[in-house]
Ligand binder design. Sequence first.
Ligand SMILES: Cc1cc2nc3c(=O)[nH]c(=O)nc-3n(C[C@H](O)[C@H](O)[C@H](O)COP(=O)(O)OP(=O)(O)OC[C@H]3O[C@@H](n4cnc5c(N)ncnc54)[C@H](O)[C@@H]3O)c2cc1C
Length: 560
Amino acid sequence: MEATHDVLVVGAGCAGMRAAIEAHDAGADVALVSKIHPTRSHSGAAEGGINAALGNASEDNPEIHAYDTVKGSDYLGDQDAIEILCNEAPDDVYQLEHWGAIFSRTDDGRIAQRPFGAAGAPRTAYAADITGHVLIQVLYEQVVKRQLQVYEEFFAWKLVVNDDRCQGVICWDLLDGGLKTIGAKTVIVATGGAGRLYTGTTNAYACTGDGISMALRVGVPLKDMEMMQFHPTTLSPTGVLITEGCRGEGAYLLNSEGERFLKRYAPNAMELASRDVISRAEQTEIDEGRGVDGNVLLDLRHLGAERIHERLHGTRELSMVFAGVDPIHEPIPVRPGAHYHMGGVDTDVWGQTLLTGLYAAGECACVSVHGANRLGGNALMETITYGKRSGAHAADWALSHTTVEVPSSVETDAERELRALLDREEGERPWAIRDELAATMHENFGVFRREAEMERQGEIVAALRERYERVVVEDKGSVFNNDLTQALELGFLLELADCMVVCGLARKESRGAHARPYDYPDRDDESYMRHTMVTWEDGGPRLGWKPVTVTKWQPQERTY
Ligand SMILES: Cc1cc2nc3c(=O)[nH]c(=O)nc-3n(C[C@H](O)[C@H](O)[C@H](O)COP(=O)(O)OP(=O)(O)OC[C@H]3O[C@@H](n4cnc5c(N)ncnc54)[C@H](O)[C@@H]3O)c2cc1C
């Protein structure tokens, strides 16, 4: 064993760093593991902002925020978890401000808030269109200030389970090579999303669902895995995100006829309806021949150059670099792209999983506050509030328990498995399987879902998993062996895809991101107002269900 700590946080995005800070401040010895430098985590790419009912732009309170979130979730979110998020959000945002987050301001100096999709009030605090960048720098400063150890460029591969509890992590050291085991009394998985399951995605290359799959492999159930959110405005073909902040500032969506088509889908909220609603509207326009080269158009021109320069500077730059379009003069071509995984490791409201000592927070977790559809600005808030709560609980548990033990057999087994992979001289390279997986998931498990396509996708994933058994890692070296880590990531992705398809087939209704307009166009609360749960048994996913927690809000029809 390399070292032991009270609390080991895997992942150094907003959730991981916020958890580590809280655990440290509660008195625990804390370390972080990250496969990339912390400030390069995907959180840093967040543009639009973070939701808290500060009430700075209009009348607002946590209860309205909670109601909007419940409705946005299409009544699949757990209402106790949502209430906690919305109640704690304002103080958590002020905490970030006190640590130095430079939020954009109102004229009288308060934190400014912009309108975001499906929010009853302008509730999204922001730092121009680089909110995630600002938050991740601020959190990293706090990590450095506390001198927390960061095992940087360590690739976490396996969770160590001993004595029925999680007691550490086995990592591949990217810089020097070799497996390193780090023991811990509690482990918090905060490894982010899995958008790389899809060809067109806003997610960074690192978003390969590692922690979700690691938890699955040690018997922990995953929740709502079919719920992948498609963001309505991603640049074609790269998938680079064009922030919802554009529509918050008043941008229009147009079809090839120059029509603001949302008037036929969401006549009241128009461009500020929720993401699932807009993605479906766009896909329908494109499918029915009113798209422009497979896209629709996002028009900012009427906002004027000054406002675009001031509030949407980064967006303009992205459009010019990646699409050759200057939004001051031309509309931006956009289409739906895979953006956010609502599903993930099942946790309670303290981030605890079913395995003692194992916690999950951030996008890899499913508490669940987003249910079947996440509202823009709520994910960053979840990383902060639930990162904090997981850190507090994990520290508390660690401080009242003393031992950490990793049997040597666990390490030798891992060594053997890795050797077998590296010693293989012939076989298929991982990238071909990865590209096929991402392309077919996009095709068969995208914005709209059909029974036959999902079944077909199940067969495709099974065949890809078989091919994966014979995958070959050509680089046998020990320094920055990305060939190896990409092969391991692909193993994670394939299992998650398998789980998603099984859950998608089982949910015979349309709810939030899971849209089946051709066979089950309606939401069916009687049968399906419950979470899909999946565990890994005998080499494959096994489906179960769990009730949704309802506190105040009974399901209603969802219109915008
Ligand atoms: C382009 C984009 C824009 C967004 N904009 C917004 C927004 O404006 N508002 C909002 O609320 N939400 C937004 N979101 C969503 C939100 O940013 C994310 O859900 C959130 O930041 C995820 O944070 P996280 O800490 O859970 O994970 P991440 O920030 O993805 O961090 C994951 C960490 O885990 C580490 N890791 C992963 N696997 C391993 C492994 N095997 N070993 C070791 N370390 C590992 C990585 O190194 C990284 O440090 C956006 C998302 C995207 C993609």
